[in-house]
Ligand binder design. Sequence first.
Ligand code: BG6
Length: 488
Amino acid sequence: NTVEACDFVIFGTKGDLARRKLLPSLYQLERAGLIHADTRIIGVARNQMELKEYVGLVKENLQEFMSEKLDAAVWKTFSAKLDYLCVDMKDHAGYAVFKEHVDADRTMVCYLATPHSIYGDICKGLHQAGVIDPSMRVVLEKPIGHDLASSKVINEQVATYFKENQIYRIDHYLGKETVLNLIALRFANSIFATNWDHNCIDHVQISVAESVGIEGRWGYFDEAGQMRDMVQNHLLQILSLIAMEPPTTLDADAIRDEKLKVLKALRPINSSNVSEKTVRGQYSTGFVRGQEVPGYLEEPDANQKSETESFVALKVELDNWRWAGVPFYLRTGKRMPTKVSEIVIYFKSQPHNLFKDSFSKLPPNKLTIRLQPDEAVEVTVMNKVPGLTGSSSMNLQKTKLDLSFSETFSDERIADAYEKLLLEVMLGNQALFVRRDEIEQAWTWVDGIIDAWNNSNEPPEAYQAGTWGPVASIALLARDERAWYESK
Ligand code: BG6
Protein backbone atom coordinates (compact mmCIF):
# COMPACT_ATOMS: atom_id res chain seq x y z
CA ASN A 1 0.00 0.00 0.00
CA THR A 2 1.13 3.51 -0.70
CA VAL A 3 -0.04 6.58 1.15
CA GLU A 4 -2.20 8.75 -1.06
CA ALA A 5 -2.65 12.46 -0.75
CA CYS A 6 -5.53 13.35 1.54
CA ASP A 7 -7.28 16.17 3.28
CA PHE A 8 -6.79 15.11 6.89
CA VAL A 9 -9.34 17.06 8.93
CA ILE A 10 -9.06 17.16 12.72
CA PHE A 11 -12.36 18.12 14.34
CA GLY A 12 -11.52 19.43 17.81
CA THR A 13 -7.98 20.47 16.92
CA LYS A 14 -7.64 22.53 20.11
CA GLY A 15 -8.62 19.64 22.37
CA ASP A 16 -6.37 17.50 24.51
CA LEU A 17 -6.26 14.51 22.20
CA ALA A 18 -5.31 16.53 19.14
CA ARG A 19 -2.70 18.49 21.03
CA ARG A 20 -1.09 15.62 22.90
CA LYS A 21 -1.38 12.81 20.38
CA LEU A 22 -2.68 13.60 16.89
CA LEU A 23 -0.54 16.57 15.90
CA PRO A 24 2.70 15.10 17.33
CA SER A 25 1.94 11.80 15.57
CA LEU A 26 1.33 13.51 12.25
CA TYR A 27 4.59 15.41 12.70
CA GLN A 28 6.43 12.12 13.30
CA LEU A 29 4.89 10.64 10.17
CA GLU A 30 6.03 13.69 8.23
CA ARG A 31 9.50 13.21 9.63
CA ALA A 32 9.48 9.59 8.54
CA GLY A 33 8.49 10.72 5.04
CA LEU A 34 5.17 8.88 5.29
CA ILE A 35 2.82 11.75 4.52
CA HIS A 36 2.18 12.44 0.88
CA ALA A 37 3.60 15.75 -0.29
CA ASP A 38 0.15 16.96 -1.40
CA THR A 39 -1.63 16.06 1.85
CA ARG A 40 -3.18 18.86 3.86
CA ILE A 41 -3.86 18.79 7.59
CA ILE A 42 -6.91 20.89 8.33
CA GLY A 43 -7.65 21.80 11.94
CA VAL A 44 -11.25 22.56 12.83
CA ALA A 45 -12.42 24.39 15.94
CA ARG A 46 -15.00 26.98 16.94
CA ASN A 47 -12.66 29.95 17.32
CA GLN A 48 -11.99 32.53 14.66
CA MET A 49 -8.29 32.32 13.95
CA GLU A 50 -5.96 33.34 11.17
CA LEU A 51 -3.96 30.50 9.66
CA LYS A 52 -0.77 32.11 10.95
CA GLU A 53 -2.09 31.97 14.50
CA TYR A 54 -3.08 28.31 14.11
CA VAL A 55 0.35 27.40 12.77
CA GLY A 56 1.88 29.13 15.79
CA LEU A 57 -0.40 27.17 18.12
CA VAL A 58 0.54 23.87 16.52
CA LYS A 59 4.21 24.73 16.90
CA GLU A 60 3.69 25.43 20.60
CA ASN A 61 1.78 22.16 20.97
CA LEU A 62 4.55 20.16 19.40
CA GLN A 63 7.16 21.83 21.56
CA GLU A 64 5.09 21.13 24.66
CA PHE A 65 4.16 17.53 24.00
CA MET A 66 7.13 16.06 22.17
CA SER A 67 10.17 14.86 24.01
CA GLU A 68 12.47 15.85 21.17
CA LYS A 69 13.24 19.22 19.61
CA LEU A 70 11.47 20.33 16.46
CA ASP A 71 13.54 19.70 13.39
CA ALA A 72 13.56 22.89 11.32
CA ALA A 73 13.39 21.11 7.95
CA VAL A 74 10.57 18.78 9.03
CA TRP A 75 8.64 21.66 10.57
CA LYS A 76 8.95 23.61 7.34
CA THR A 77 7.30 20.94 5.21
CA PHE A 78 4.84 19.98 7.95
CA SER A 79 3.68 23.53 8.67
CA ALA A 80 3.20 24.15 4.94
CA LYS A 81 0.55 21.40 5.00
CA LEU A 82 -1.48 23.02 7.80
CA ASP A 83 -4.77 24.76 7.27
CA TYR A 84 -7.48 25.93 9.64
CA LEU A 85 -11.27 26.19 9.48
CA CYS A 86 -13.50 27.87 12.01
CA VAL A 87 -16.71 25.85 12.27
CA ASP A 88 -19.38 25.66 14.93
CA MET A 89 -19.63 21.89 14.82
CA LYS A 90 -23.25 21.85 15.99
CA ASP A 91 -24.41 24.22 13.28
CA HIS A 92 -25.00 22.14 10.16
CA ALA A 93 -25.16 25.17 7.87
CA GLY A 94 -21.62 26.14 8.89
CA TYR A 95 -20.19 23.09 7.12
CA ALA A 96 -20.64 24.74 3.74
CA VAL A 97 -17.05 26.01 4.08
CA PHE A 98 -15.81 22.50 3.45
CA LYS A 99 -17.13 22.57 -0.07
CA GLU A 100 -14.74 25.39 -0.99
CA HIS A 101 -11.90 24.11 1.11
CA VAL A 102 -11.46 20.45 0.37
CA ASP A 103 -10.18 19.09 -2.87
CA ALA A 104 -12.49 16.59 -4.55
CA ASP A 105 -9.46 14.80 -6.01
CA ARG A 106 -8.04 14.02 -2.60
CA THR A 107 -9.40 11.46 -0.13
CA MET A 108 -10.94 13.23 2.80
CA VAL A 109 -10.19 11.79 6.24
CA CYS A 110 -12.21 13.24 9.13
CA TYR A 111 -10.88 12.57 12.61
CA LEU A 112 -13.57 13.28 15.19
CA ALA A 113 -11.51 14.23 18.25
CA THR A 114 -14.59 15.63 19.94
CA PRO A 115 -17.09 14.39 22.53
CA HIS A 116 -19.14 11.55 21.05
CA SER A 117 -22.30 13.55 21.63
CA ILE A 118 -21.56 15.59 18.48
CA TYR A 119 -20.44 12.79 16.16
CA GLY A 120 -23.94 12.76 14.65
CA ASP A 121 -23.90 16.54 14.10
CA ILE A 122 -20.54 16.44 12.36
CA CYS A 123 -21.60 13.64 10.02
CA LYS A 124 -24.84 15.41 9.20
CA GLY A 125 -23.05 18.72 8.61
CA LEU A 126 -20.62 17.07 6.20
CA HIS A 127 -23.51 15.44 4.41
CA GLN A 128 -25.38 18.71 4.05
CA ALA A 129 -22.24 20.34 2.71
CA GLY A 130 -22.25 17.66 0.02
CA VAL A 131 -18.65 16.56 0.63
CA ILE A 132 -19.23 12.92 1.55
CA ASP A 133 -18.27 10.46 -1.15
CA PRO A 134 -17.46 6.73 -0.98
CA SER A 135 -13.72 7.38 -0.66
CA MET A 136 -14.11 9.46 2.48
CA ARG A 137 -13.05 7.99 5.86
CA VAL A 138 -14.24 8.95 9.30
CA VAL A 139 -12.25 8.19 12.45
CA LEU A 140 -14.09 7.89 15.76
CA GLU A 141 -12.41 8.18 19.13
CA LYS A 142 -13.49 6.14 22.09
CA PRO A 143 -15.64 6.09 24.11
CA ILE A 144 -18.40 5.35 21.64
CA GLY A 145 -21.34 5.67 23.97
CA HIS A 146 -21.85 5.09 27.64
CA ASP A 147 -23.60 1.76 27.32
CA LEU A 148 -25.04 -0.47 24.61
CA ALA A 149 -28.11 1.70 23.99
CA SER A 150 -26.19 4.97 23.60
CA SER A 151 -23.46 3.37 21.51
CA LYS A 152 -26.11 2.03 19.13
CA VAL A 153 -27.54 5.52 18.76
CA ILE A 154 -24.12 6.97 17.88
CA ASN A 155 -23.21 4.11 15.56
CA GLU A 156 -26.57 4.52 13.85
CA GLN A 157 -26.10 8.29 13.41
CA VAL A 158 -22.73 7.73 11.77
CA ALA A 159 -24.06 4.81 9.70
CA THR A 160 -26.71 7.09 8.23
CA TYR A 161 -23.95 8.82 6.24
CA PHE A 162 -21.05 6.36 6.14
CA LYS A 163 -20.69 2.68 5.29
CA GLU A 164 -18.88 0.43 7.76
CA ASN A 165 -15.86 0.24 5.43
CA GLN A 166 -15.45 4.02 5.79
CA ILE A 167 -15.58 4.03 9.60
CA TYR A 168 -12.37 3.68 11.65
CA ARG A 169 -13.05 3.25 15.38
CA ILE A 170 -9.87 3.88 17.30
CA ASP A 171 -8.70 1.84 20.23
CA HIS A 172 -5.17 3.09 20.60
CA TYR A 173 -4.04 -0.12 22.33
CA LEU A 174 -4.38 -1.80 18.93
CA GLY A 175 -1.61 0.47 17.67
CA LYS A 176 0.84 -0.48 20.40
CA GLU A 177 3.79 -2.41 19.07
CA THR A 178 3.58 -5.17 21.66
CA VAL A 179 -0.17 -5.62 21.25
CA LEU A 180 0.33 -6.14 17.52
CA ASN A 181 3.16 -8.47 18.30
CA LEU A 182 0.63 -10.80 19.94
CA ILE A 183 -0.48 -11.78 16.46
CA ALA A 184 3.10 -12.44 15.37
CA LEU A 185 4.02 -14.35 18.53
CA ARG A 186 0.98 -16.57 18.37
CA PHE A 187 0.81 -17.30 14.68
CA ALA A 188 4.44 -17.17 13.56
CA ASN A 189 5.82 -19.44 16.30
CA SER A 190 4.79 -23.04 16.52
CA ILE A 191 6.03 -23.36 20.12
CA PHE A 192 3.27 -20.98 21.13
CA ALA A 193 0.69 -21.80 18.50
CA THR A 194 0.54 -25.46 19.49
CA ASN A 195 0.43 -24.80 23.23
CA TRP A 196 -2.20 -22.14 23.24
CA ASP A 197 -5.24 -23.69 24.88
CA HIS A 198 -6.72 -25.31 27.96
CA ASN A 199 -4.44 -28.34 27.60
CA CYS A 200 -1.33 -26.29 28.24
CA ILE A 201 -2.38 -22.97 29.75
CA ASP A 202 -3.46 -22.73 33.37
CA HIS A 203 -4.62 -19.14 33.41
CA VAL A 204 -3.88 -15.69 31.99
CA GLN A 205 -3.35 -12.39 33.78
CA ILE A 206 -3.72 -9.00 32.11
CA SER A 207 -2.75 -5.92 34.13
CA VAL A 208 -2.92 -2.34 32.94
CA ALA A 209 -1.77 -0.13 35.78
CA GLU A 210 -1.31 3.62 35.76
CA SER A 211 0.33 5.74 38.42
CA VAL A 212 -1.54 8.88 37.38
CA GLY A 213 -4.89 9.84 38.86
CA ILE A 214 -7.68 11.67 37.08
CA GLU A 215 -5.48 14.48 35.74
CA GLY A 216 -8.11 17.20 35.56
CA ARG A 217 -10.58 14.96 33.72
CA TRP A 218 -12.94 14.50 36.66
CA GLY A 219 -16.05 15.43 34.71
CA TYR A 220 -15.44 12.82 32.02
CA PHE A 221 -13.96 10.15 34.22
CA ASP A 222 -16.58 10.24 36.93
CA GLU A 223 -19.29 9.59 34.35
CA ALA A 224 -17.28 6.73 32.89
CA GLY A 225 -15.24 4.97 35.56
CA GLN A 226 -12.47 2.48 34.93
CA MET A 227 -14.80 -0.16 33.55
CA ARG A 228 -16.02 2.01 30.67
CA ASP A 229 -12.77 3.92 30.25
CA MET A 230 -10.40 0.94 30.09
CA VAL A 231 -12.05 -2.49 30.29
CA GLN A 232 -14.80 -2.07 27.67
CA ASN A 233 -12.19 -1.24 25.07
CA HIS A 234 -8.47 -1.71 25.75
CA LEU A 235 -8.57 -4.74 28.03
CA LEU A 236 -11.23 -6.59 26.05
CA GLN A 237 -9.33 -5.94 22.84
CA ILE A 238 -6.14 -7.38 24.33
CA LEU A 239 -8.07 -10.37 25.64
CA SER A 240 -9.62 -10.93 22.22
CA LEU A 241 -6.23 -10.98 20.50
CA ILE A 242 -4.89 -13.47 23.04
CA ALA A 243 -7.91 -15.73 22.88
CA MET A 244 -9.01 -15.58 19.23
CA GLU A 245 -8.76 -18.48 16.81
CA PRO A 246 -6.24 -18.11 13.98
CA PRO A 247 -7.79 -15.79 11.38
CA THR A 248 -7.77 -17.11 7.84
CA THR A 249 -5.76 -14.08 6.67
CA LEU A 250 -4.58 -10.82 8.18
CA ASP A 251 -7.39 -8.94 6.46
CA ALA A 252 -9.45 -6.60 8.59
CA ASP A 253 -12.60 -8.66 8.62
CA ALA A 254 -10.82 -11.97 9.07
CA ILE A 255 -9.26 -10.68 12.29
CA ARG A 256 -12.35 -8.87 13.46
CA ASP A 257 -14.59 -11.90 12.88
CA GLU A 258 -12.37 -13.91 15.22
CA LYS A 259 -12.22 -11.20 17.89
CA LEU A 260 -16.00 -10.93 17.80
CA LYS A 261 -16.35 -14.66 18.50
CA VAL A 262 -14.26 -14.23 21.64
CA LEU A 263 -16.44 -11.37 22.83
CA LYS A 264 -19.49 -13.52 22.22
CA ALA A 265 -17.99 -16.31 24.31
CA LEU A 266 -17.50 -14.13 27.41
CA ARG A 267 -19.46 -15.74 30.21
CA PRO A 268 -21.99 -13.18 31.46
CA ILE A 269 -21.43 -11.61 34.85
CA ASN A 270 -24.60 -10.45 36.55
CA SER A 271 -26.16 -10.07 39.99
CA SER A 272 -25.87 -13.79 40.65
CA ASN A 273 -22.06 -13.89 40.38
CA VAL A 274 -20.82 -10.28 40.43
CA SER A 275 -19.47 -10.38 43.97
CA GLU A 276 -17.51 -13.52 43.26
CA LYS A 277 -16.08 -12.41 39.87
CA THR A 278 -15.45 -8.70 40.22
CA VAL A 279 -13.77 -6.19 42.48
CA ARG A 280 -14.05 -2.45 42.15
CA GLY A 281 -12.04 0.06 44.05
CA GLN A 282 -11.60 3.79 44.52
CA TYR A 283 -8.29 5.29 45.61
CA SER A 284 -7.87 7.20 48.83
CA THR A 285 -4.99 9.51 49.75
CA GLY A 286 -1.61 7.86 49.61
CA PHE A 287 1.89 8.04 48.23
CA VAL A 288 2.90 7.40 44.65
CA ARG A 289 6.66 7.26 44.10
CA GLY A 290 7.21 8.99 47.42
CA GLN A 291 4.83 11.88 46.64
CA GLU A 292 1.68 12.36 48.66
CA VAL A 293 -1.36 12.45 46.35
CA PRO A 294 -5.02 13.21 47.08
CA GLY A 295 -7.71 10.55 47.08
CA TYR A 296 -10.27 10.31 44.27
CA LEU A 297 -12.83 12.25 46.28
CA GLU A 298 -10.32 14.99 47.07
CA GLU A 299 -9.38 15.62 43.43
CA PRO A 300 -10.24 19.11 42.08
CA ASP A 301 -13.97 19.38 41.18
CA ALA A 302 -14.74 16.06 42.85
CA ASN A 303 -18.24 15.12 43.86
CA GLN A 304 -17.63 13.92 47.41
CA LYS A 305 -20.32 11.27 47.15
CA SER A 306 -19.06 9.68 43.96
CA GLU A 307 -19.05 5.90 43.87
CA THR A 308 -17.21 5.71 40.56
CA GLU A 309 -14.54 3.02 40.40
CA SER A 310 -10.93 3.87 39.62
CA PHE A 311 -9.87 0.22 39.84
CA VAL A 312 -11.39 -2.97 38.48
CA ALA A 313 -10.33 -6.61 38.85
CA LEU A 314 -12.25 -9.35 37.09
CA LYS A 315 -12.25 -13.08 36.73
CA VAL A 316 -13.29 -13.61 33.13
CA GLU A 317 -14.25 -16.97 31.66
CA LEU A 318 -14.77 -17.91 28.04
CA ASP A 319 -17.37 -20.46 27.13
CA ASN A 320 -15.69 -22.08 24.17
CA TRP A 321 -13.69 -25.19 23.35
CA ARG A 322 -10.20 -23.70 23.45
CA TRP A 323 -10.48 -21.90 26.78
CA ALA A 324 -12.76 -24.12 28.85
CA GLY A 325 -11.61 -23.95 32.47
CA VAL A 326 -8.92 -21.29 31.84
CA PRO A 327 -9.67 -18.05 33.71
CA PHE A 328 -8.45 -14.70 32.45
CA TYR A 329 -7.82 -12.37 35.39
CA LEU A 330 -7.94 -8.70 34.42
CA ARG A 331 -7.01 -5.72 36.56
CA THR A 332 -6.64 -2.08 35.77
CA GLY A 333 -6.46 1.00 37.94
CA LYS A 334 -5.40 4.57 38.44
CA ARG A 335 -2.92 5.59 41.14
CA MET A 336 -1.15 2.25 41.22
CA PRO A 337 2.51 2.17 42.31
CA THR A 338 3.77 2.45 38.73
CA LYS A 339 2.71 2.59 35.08
CA VAL A 340 2.97 -0.87 33.63
CA SER A 341 0.90 -2.99 31.25
CA GLU A 342 1.63 -6.69 31.12
CA ILE A 343 0.12 -9.92 29.94
CA VAL A 344 1.27 -13.04 31.75
CA ILE A 345 0.38 -16.47 30.42
CA TYR A 346 0.80 -19.17 33.06
CA PHE A 347 1.43 -22.62 31.60
CA LYS A 348 0.34 -25.76 33.41
CA SER A 349 2.75 -27.43 35.83
CA GLN A 350 4.64 -30.55 34.90
CA PRO A 351 2.66 -33.67 35.76
CA HIS A 352 5.42 -35.05 38.01
CA ASN A 353 8.23 -33.35 39.90
CA LEU A 354 11.65 -35.00 39.54
CA PHE A 355 13.38 -32.17 41.36
CA LYS A 356 11.86 -32.31 44.81
CA ASP A 357 15.25 -31.53 46.37
CA SER A 358 15.26 -28.08 44.78
CA PHE A 359 11.56 -27.32 44.60
CA SER A 360 8.72 -28.94 46.48
CA LYS A 361 6.50 -27.61 43.68
CA LEU A 362 8.01 -26.70 40.33
CA PRO A 363 7.14 -23.13 39.36
CA PRO A 364 5.14 -22.95 36.12
CA ASN A 365 6.56 -21.62 32.87
CA LYS A 366 5.34 -18.13 32.23
CA LEU A 367 5.22 -16.07 29.08
CA THR A 368 5.24 -12.37 29.93
CA ILE A 369 4.47 -9.78 27.30
CA ARG A 370 5.25 -6.31 28.55
CA LEU A 371 3.30 -3.72 26.60
CA GLN A 372 4.81 -0.75 28.42
CA PRO A 373 7.21 0.54 29.61
CA ASP A 374 10.34 -1.30 28.35
CA GLU A 375 8.52 -3.41 25.77
CA ALA A 376 9.62 -7.01 26.15
CA VAL A 377 8.75 -10.65 25.79
CA GLU A 378 10.04 -12.97 28.50
CA VAL A 379 9.73 -16.68 29.08
CA THR A 380 10.39 -18.03 32.56
CA VAL A 381 12.04 -21.43 32.44
CA MET A 382 13.66 -23.75 34.96
CA ASN A 383 17.36 -24.15 34.45
CA LYS A 384 20.12 -26.17 36.10
CA VAL A 385 22.54 -24.02 38.04
CA PRO A 386 25.95 -24.84 36.53
CA GLY A 387 28.25 -26.74 38.86
CA LEU A 388 29.76 -30.08 39.74
CA THR A 389 26.55 -31.61 41.05
CA GLY A 390 25.37 -34.79 39.36
CA SER A 391 21.93 -35.70 38.17
CA SER A 392 20.88 -36.99 41.60
CA SER A 393 21.15 -33.60 43.29
CA MET A 394 20.59 -31.10 40.53
CA ASN A 395 20.23 -27.56 41.67
CA LEU A 396 17.54 -25.71 39.70
CA GLN A 397 16.81 -22.06 39.32
CA LYS A 398 14.05 -20.03 37.76
CA THR A 399 15.57 -18.07 34.85
CA LYS A 400 14.35 -15.84 32.05
CA LEU A 401 14.70 -15.92 28.30
CA ASP A 402 14.42 -12.25 27.80
CA LEU A 403 13.74 -10.32 24.61
CA SER A 404 13.93 -6.63 25.28
CA PHE A 405 12.67 -4.57 22.33
CA SER A 406 15.06 -1.71 22.99
CA GLU A 407 18.07 -4.04 22.98
CA THR A 408 17.01 -6.32 20.15
CA PHE A 409 15.68 -3.63 17.87
CA SER A 410 18.00 -0.86 18.98
CA ASP A 411 18.01 0.78 15.55
CA GLU A 412 14.23 1.05 15.41
CA ARG A 413 12.34 3.84 17.09
CA ILE A 414 9.20 2.48 18.76
CA ALA A 415 6.43 4.57 17.29
CA ASP A 416 3.54 5.85 19.35
CA ALA A 417 0.33 3.90 18.85
CA TYR A 418 -1.38 6.90 17.26
CA GLU A 419 1.34 7.25 14.63
CA LYS A 420 0.69 3.75 13.48
CA LEU A 421 -3.08 4.12 13.54
CA LEU A 422 -3.11 7.43 11.67
CA LEU A 423 -0.91 5.91 9.02
CA GLU A 424 -3.26 2.92 8.73
CA VAL A 425 -6.19 5.29 8.22
CA MET A 426 -4.30 7.09 5.45
CA LEU A 427 -3.54 3.70 3.90
CA GLY A 428 -7.18 2.68 4.14
CA ASN A 429 -6.53 -0.45 6.18
CA GLN A 430 -9.17 -1.23 8.82
CA ALA A 431 -7.53 -4.23 10.51
CA LEU A 432 -6.45 -2.25 13.57
CA PHE A 433 -9.83 -0.60 14.07
CA VAL A 434 -12.82 -1.89 15.92
CA ARG A 435 -15.93 -2.93 14.04
CA ARG A 436 -19.38 -1.90 15.16
CA ASP A 437 -20.43 -5.40 16.20
CA GLU A 438 -17.35 -5.76 18.41
CA ILE A 439 -18.09 -2.50 20.21
CA GLU A 440 -21.71 -3.45 20.76
CA GLN A 441 -20.85 -6.95 21.93
CA ALA A 442 -18.32 -5.54 24.41
CA TRP A 443 -20.95 -3.14 25.74
CA THR A 444 -23.46 -5.95 26.17
CA TRP A 445 -21.07 -7.78 28.48
CA VAL A 446 -19.87 -4.69 30.34
CA ASP A 447 -23.43 -3.40 30.86
CA GLY A 448 -24.27 -6.65 32.68
CA ILE A 449 -21.50 -5.99 35.20
CA ILE A 450 -22.30 -2.31 35.67
CA ASP A 451 -26.00 -3.08 36.16
CA ALA A 452 -25.14 -5.72 38.74
CA TRP A 453 -22.90 -3.23 40.57
CA ASN A 454 -25.64 -0.63 40.54
CA ASN A 455 -28.16 -3.13 41.88
CA SER A 456 -25.86 -4.29 44.65
CA ASN A 457 -25.76 -0.88 46.35
CA GLU A 458 -22.27 -1.67 47.52
CA PRO A 459 -19.78 1.15 47.10
CA PRO A 460 -16.34 0.47 45.66
CA GLU A 461 -13.73 -0.65 48.14
CA ALA A 462 -11.14 1.97 49.09
CA TYR A 463 -7.47 1.36 48.31
CA GLN A 464 -4.61 3.60 49.20
CA ALA A 465 -3.08 5.47 46.27
CA GLY A 466 0.25 3.86 45.44
CA THR A 467 -0.92 0.28 46.12
CA TRP A 468 -2.08 -2.49 43.77
CA GLY A 469 -5.78 -2.02 44.58
CA PRO A 470 -8.16 -3.26 47.26
CA VAL A 471 -7.45 -6.38 49.32
CA ALA A 472 -10.42 -8.05 47.64
CA SER A 473 -8.39 -8.11 44.42
CA ILE A 474 -5.86 -10.41 46.07
CA ALA A 475 -8.70 -12.54 47.40
CA LEU A 476 -10.17 -12.86 43.89
CA LEU A 477 -7.19 -14.99 42.89
CA ALA A 478 -6.50 -16.48 46.30
CA ARG A 479 -9.90 -18.18 46.16
CA ASP A 480 -8.57 -20.09 43.15
CA GLU A 481 -5.23 -20.71 44.90
CA ARG A 482 -3.50 -18.26 42.61
CA ALA A 483 -1.83 -14.88 43.06
CA TRP A 484 -1.20 -11.80 40.94
CA TYR A 485 2.31 -11.88 39.55
CA GLU A 486 4.64 -9.22 40.83
CA SER A 487 5.74 -6.72 38.27
CA LYS A 488 9.49 -6.18 38.14
C1 BG6 B 1 -7.23 6.15 27.58
C2 BG6 B 1 -8.01 6.38 28.83
O1 BG6 B 1 -8.02 5.52 26.62
O2 BG6 B 1 -6.09 5.36 27.86
C3 BG6 B 1 -7.15 7.03 29.90
O3 BG6 B 1 -9.13 7.22 28.55
C4 BG6 B 1 -5.89 6.24 30.11
O4 BG6 B 1 -7.86 7.16 31.13
C5 BG6 B 1 -5.20 5.95 28.78
O5 BG6 B 1 -5.03 7.02 30.94
C6 BG6 B 1 -4.04 5.00 28.96
O6 BG6 B 1 -3.33 4.89 27.77
P1 BG6 B 1 -1.79 4.51 27.74
O7 BG6 B 1 -1.46 4.38 26.31
O8 BG6 B 1 -1.06 5.62 28.43
O9 BG6 B 1 -1.67 3.22 28.51
